[in-house]
Design a protein around this ligand. Structure first.
Ligand SMILES: C[S@@+](CC[C@H](N)C(=O)[O-])C[C@H]1O[C@@H](n2cnc3c(N)ncnc32)[C@H](O)[C@@H]1O
Length: 212
């Protein structure tokens, strides 16, 4: 069983490298950081070490397609750098701010971007998303909060002209329904987009929020 999982991981990694050849070396180095310091510091659960490529890198890179060229991006609740760091590696045109409230996680992010040589266009902002006063073209996030809460935190960060892309699973439609009053009051619209980082890599979904 474990053997099968590691073959599947190798296959996902190989497919990702075929689609993002320029990113292969840096993605490998980032996965090494997650598998070593990420586990040691408790940022990744002990079971995550054997499924980093599919569950974390492939999932994060699903956002490559909907991100316009050359935009500024905020990854809120970045944790160990997901999805922000894989996106920064695959898309050298992006300027990315990783926003993370916990000191230890922010330290992990600072070390990782320095070691990966991304510090010229990736910055770490330690703090709560709702306290940030900067604005961005796109806000991205994964596994941080339900849509209604995300809207309360992030609308000032991406409005008036930007958008929010929140990686979500099966709950996406329910979350949009639950946030419908707030969406209407804020003159925002939300839809669900189906995404896939590369052929044969498991697909995912995101809620996209924009001005009406
Ligand atoms: C479940 S983790 C997800 C981390 C990462 N996005 C991922 O997908 O692996 C949620 C992260 O959001 C951070 N967080 C929670 N509320 C936040 C807020 N209001 N502002 C910034 N970060 C926040 C937590 O400290 C944590 O690192």
């Amino acid at each position: 069983m474990e053997h099968d999982a590691s073959i599947a991981e190798d296959a996902v990694a190989a497919t990702l490298f075929s689609v993002y050849p320029h990113a292969e070396e840096e993605l490998k180095r980032y996965v090494d950081i997650l598998a070593s310091r990420g586990l040691e510091w408790g940022l990744m659960g002990p079971r995550e070490g054997s499924r980093l490529w599919q569950r974390h890198i492939g999932n994060s890179l699903a956002l490559v397609d909907p991100l316009p060229q050359g935009v500024t991006v905020a990854d809120i609740g970045s944790g160990a750098g997901l999805p922000g760091i894989p996106l920064a590696i695959a898309r050298p045109d992006l300027q990315i701010t990783l926003i993370e409230s916990l000191k230890r996680r922010a330290k992990f992010l600072e070390l990782a971007i320095e070691e990966l040589g991304l510090d010229d266009r990736v910055v770490v902002l330690r703090g709560r998303a709702e306290d940030v006063t900067e604005t961005f073209d796109v806000v991205v996030c994964r596994a941080v909060a339900p849509l209604e809460k995300l809207l309360r935190w992030t609308t000032p960060l991406f409005c008036p002209g930007g958008s929010l892309l929140a990686l979500k699973g099966e709950s996406a439609e329910d979350e949009i329904r639950n946030a419908s009053k707030l969406l209407k009051a804020s003159k925002l619209k939300a839809d669900v987009i189906e995404l896939q980082a590369a052929p044969e890599v498991e697909g995912t979904r995101a809620i996209r929020v924009q001005r009406v």
